[in-house]
Design a protein around this ligand. Sequence first.
Ligand SMILES: NC(=O)c1ccc[n+]([C@@H]2O[C@H](COP(=O)([O-])OP(=O)(O)OC[C@H]3O[C@@H](n4cnc5c(N)ncnc54)[C@H](OP(=O)(O)O)[C@@H]3O)[C@@H](O)[C@H]2O)c1
Length: 335
Amino acid sequence: MTTTPARATLGASAFTTSTLGLGCMGMSDLYGPADEAESIATIHAALDAGVTLLDTGDFYGMGHNELLIHEALRGRKREDVEISVKFGAQRAPGGSWIGYDASPAATKTALAYTLRRLRTDYIDVYRPARLDPNVPIEETVGAIAELVEAGYVRHIGLSEVGAETLRRAAAVHPISDLQIEYSLISRGLESEVLPAARSLGIGVTAYGVLSRGLLSGHWSSNREVNAADFRGHSPRFQGENLTHNLNLVEALRAIAEAKGATVAQIAIAWVASRGSDIVPLVGARRRERLAEALGSLEVTLGPADLAAIEAAVPAGAAAGERYAAAQMAHLDSEH
Ligand SMILES: NC(=O)c1ccc[n+]([C@@H]2O[C@H](COP(=O)([O-])OP(=O)(O)OC[C@H]3O[C@@H](n4cnc5c(N)ncnc54)[C@H](OP(=O)(O)O)[C@@H]3O)[C@@H](O)[C@H]2O)c1
């Protein structure tokens, strides 16, 4: 039996969605080859289980991810799904990352293409993937606010920005949620960014809750990663860092087994336990993984469990940064 996720209401603009979201990125990009039919079956299984939040970016597979979601939503009612889209990341035809453009013109153009690919007339949450260092956040949010006014966008979100950017953005238009990495081993937001979001009435959609598979209990040091896989160059997946981090996973496994749960379920439930204003996104791209993630909804972590988890994986326990240095530089949330 599977528990249906409850509903969460995020931000002053009252974005209402499921308490667990499905991140679709790995179905098109960054984690090596994915099976299209299985990806669509996974989206169907998520929707059927009551997971209504689908997260994507126009640059995930350069449009592929949005076309895939369109395919998966054929025959479904648009209003039964919330689609969250990131834009702004620029990519060359070969897939290389060539900067960010969140200027008003680029913002509007990107949305026009996104609406066509998704064959829809509105996006539930639209957000720049990163702060564009050349464009004041007021201009980007102002442009999205015009799209809200015109009915093309329902809510404005942000991604990986810091406290000051949150304040400046929220002064222009209500912000529904900040999308940011949050897991047992990525807790940098807790000191400043999360309190700022809370004081401004901004929710959080947390990504990387399994640290991109590292905290899933299924990763091993023998797993091969191809050149297109993010994990091939992520500091936490390399050499001694990986050995150290997998030891943390084993400490977590002992706690999970004692609770009759899996490591992934404990890791997801821990993020969910951080507050009702935090919705974990899981990057499942196979039905089997999704089913495991849904099982996290049945895991209740009491004070003793939380203390044991904290002791096994204290804040700052991971070896290696969450991104390689060049990508860390794009994270306003880390400055
Ligand atoms: N705003 C941003 O900057 C940003 C950045 C990254 C991601 N995101 C969004 O957040 C979503 C989730 O991020 P993510 O994919 O990095 O996070 P994740 O959920 O931490 O990692 C997903 C990876 O974990 C593996 N995994 C193992 N067991 C799993 C289970 N039971 N359920 C789900 N996955 C399991 C998957 O396995 P397999 O290898 O077996 O498929 C996949 O490789 C993305 O899809 C994307 O929409 C946003």
